[in-house]
Design a protein. Structure first.
Length: 151
């Protein structure tokens, strides 16, 4: 169209390695925070159902906010840290899915084993489940031969 201004959807600005790493790290931080908050609230809801039956415990809504905050902080810190240091050759999706399931399973097993008296047992169990999942991801990943390419 002549005489009209068109918005360009293509940017010709290449990202540097540092910019790509920062943007990926921020994405990992946000994803870890969201997944951690979801697991924290989910585990607290299951714990509430086990303690108080259907309906949970609506008289302590702040507990859900606290569970989301703790899960978000732990997930936001641990997911990027583990992804860049321990699991650099594992796909992001695999890390997201398996660590989330491992964290929830560890928290559930801790609640079942440790009883319902102390909800902080679930945090410890979730952390152990997360680390066990990270270890199994690291051990299952085939080692790649490091080769030196000569030009």
């Amino acid at each position: 169209m002549r005489g009209s201004i068109q918005a360009s959807t293509h940017f010709d600005v290449p990202l540097t390695r540092v910019q790509r790493a920062v943007s990926a790290s921020v994405g990992l931080l946000v994803t870890g925070a969201l997944l951690g908050a979801g697991v924290g609230v989910g585990v607290l809801e299951v714990w509430g159902l086990m303690v108080d039956g259907p309906g949970g415990f609506p008289y302590v809504w702040f507990a859900f906010e606290y569970a989301a905050e703790v899960g978000a902080v732990l997930g936001g810190v641990l997911l990027p840290l583990v992804t860049w240091t321990i699991l650099p050759n594992v796909a992001f999706g695999r890390i997201f899915v398996e660590t989330t399931i491992g964290t929830a399973a560890g928290a559930a097993l801790a609640i079942l084993d440790g009883g319902l008296a102390n909800p902080f047992v679930a945090v410890l169990g979730g952390a152990i489940g997360f680390m066990v999942t990270v270890i199994q991801l690291k051990l299952r990943r085939p080692r790649q031969a490091h080769t030196c390419e000569v030009a």
